[in-house]
Design a protein around this ligand. Structure first.
Ligand SMILES: Nc1nc2c(ncn2[C@@H]2O[C@H](COP(=O)(O)OP(=O)(O)OP(=O)(O)O)[C@@H](O)[C@H]2O)c(=O)[nH]1
Ligand SMILES: [Mg+2]
Length: 386
């Protein structure tokens, strides 16, 4: 019998069944995102009435923000101080009804300080990716950049990113992994590990050095060329990278990643799970049936490995019971002594002759005594060959 010889109980037939079942399960469960955003037709918010000086705005910066009031004034001021043409640039804050004074803060920056900043407060939608998409709808510039509100993306890198955009290079990424830049030394280790893991999982889909970045730019035409986008999730750049066909040369603008000084991170375990979901739908979208075949192959290997681990564990347990001092026998689950041999041993002293067991009281001490005294040679031989 297979379990007696220690060989796998899984036949090729079983493995084929596991493969087929996993393939079907993958087809049924792992699907592309159900609700998609169509860049040319989905516009939900009509853009504001075009002012007469509309053509003055050539560059828009979209900032998704949730409970970021304290970061907004420093952000707006330093961005306008850093761009070449503040009059031709606008900032659009897309806030998900934070009710933390964001509205008043933006009004103040606009009215009292004269900054070209717009606020879109959403009450019927939430989420980072969809906020960015709504910001794109509202933007007036031909060039658009997305950046976080929390000043982790340096305002000085905004102009280089705008400069990297052109009709020939309509998509550009900020990267934290370029030459001469670094992560803030205070960025916690667990966040580095999460970021590294997220990048590794996406690596087969793109060769971009930082597809997880939240700092990137694209032209309006490029957005309109994009295939339907998944509006739920945290990683809109990855989505656009895959779905908006762009020239092979992808400009990457290195930037040093700072740490938040105010407000709190929105990256929760729920968001991480959502990222995995987004990644799965991207794999299905990009690889189709090949992805399901890979999942099925992975599941089959996992079942094989699991079965082998279970068998080894079972064998180790059996061995522990039969050989107090360890030792080798390849017959997992097979008692080392035949019933006949058992008859010659006493209770509690497997592998001992009744004579020696009787003399020494049984157990491990008996076994050791007999081995030393050479009284159980025959039994030891049997162990080795059974
Ligand atoms: N409108 C909107 N903005 C969001 C939402 N979630 C996050 N944001 C904004 O998106 C940007 C990035 O979010 P963060 O919480 O800073 O995420 P992170 O940079 O990956 O995490 P930290 O390094 O801890 O800051 C910030 O400006 C947030 O305010 C959301 O649900 N809606
Ligand atoms: Mg942040």
């Amino acid at each position: 019998m297979r379990w007696r010889t220690g060989a796998s109980a899984l036949t090729p037939k079983h493995l084929a069944a596991v493969f087929a079942a996993s393939f079907v399960a993958s087809l049924l469960l792992l699907r592309p995102a159900a609700t998609l955003y169509h860049p040319t037709t989905s516009a939900k918010y009509s853009p504001p009435d075009a002012p007469t000086d509309n053509d003055q705005i050539h560059s828009s910066i979209i900032v998704p923000a949730y409970h970021e009031r304290d970061n907004l004034a420093p952000l707006v001021k330093s961005v306008f101080a850093a761009v070449r043409d503040p009059a031709g640039t606008e900032i659009i804050i897309v806030d998900d009804n934070s009710r933390d004074g964001t509205v008043e803060e933006i009004q103040r920056l606009k009215r009292d300080e004269g900054h070209n900043v717009e606020l879109l407060v959403r009450t019927d939608e939430k989420g980072l990716s969809s906020a960015v998409l709504r910001g794109f709808e509202r933007a007036r510039g031909q060039k658009m950049i997305v950046m976080d509100a929390d000043l982790q993306h340096p305002p000085e890198a905004v102009q280089p990113l705008f400069d990297a955009l052109s009709p020939e290079t309509p998509l550009a990424l900020g990267t934290r992994y370029g030459e001469g830049v670094s992560m803030s030394a205070n960025w916690p280790l667990h966040r580095r590990i999460i970021s590294w893991g997220a990048r590794v999982l996406a690596r087969p889909l793109t060769s971009a050095s930082d597809p997880m970045t939240g700092f990137f730019g694209l032209t309006r035409d490029q957005l309109h060329r994009s295939k339907p986008i998944n509006p739920s999730g945290f990683k809109i750049a990855l989505e656009l990278l895959l779905k908006s066909p762009h020239p092979a040369h992808l400009p990457e603008v290195p930037y040093s990643f700072g740490i938040r000084t105010s407000g709190s991170s929105k990256l929760s375990s729920k968001i991480m799970l959502k990222y995995v979901g987004q990644l799965v739908s991207l794999y299905v979208w990009a690889w189709g049936v090949f992805f399901h075949l890979l999942v099925a192959a992975g599941a089959t290997v996992a079942v094989q490995v699991g079965e082998k681990a279970w068998r080894l564990r079972k064998r180790a347990l059996t061995r522990g019971q039969e050989y107090p001092l360890g030792g080798y026998h390849s017959d997992a689950g097979v008692p080392p002594l035949s019933p006949k041999a058992k008859g010659r041993s006493v209770a509690g002293s497997r592998g001992l002759t009744s004579k020696s067991a009787g003399a020494n009281g049984g157990g491990l001490a008996d076994w050791v005594g007999n081995v030393v005294g050479g009284g159980s040679n025959q039994v030891l031989e049997r162990k080795r060959f059974l």
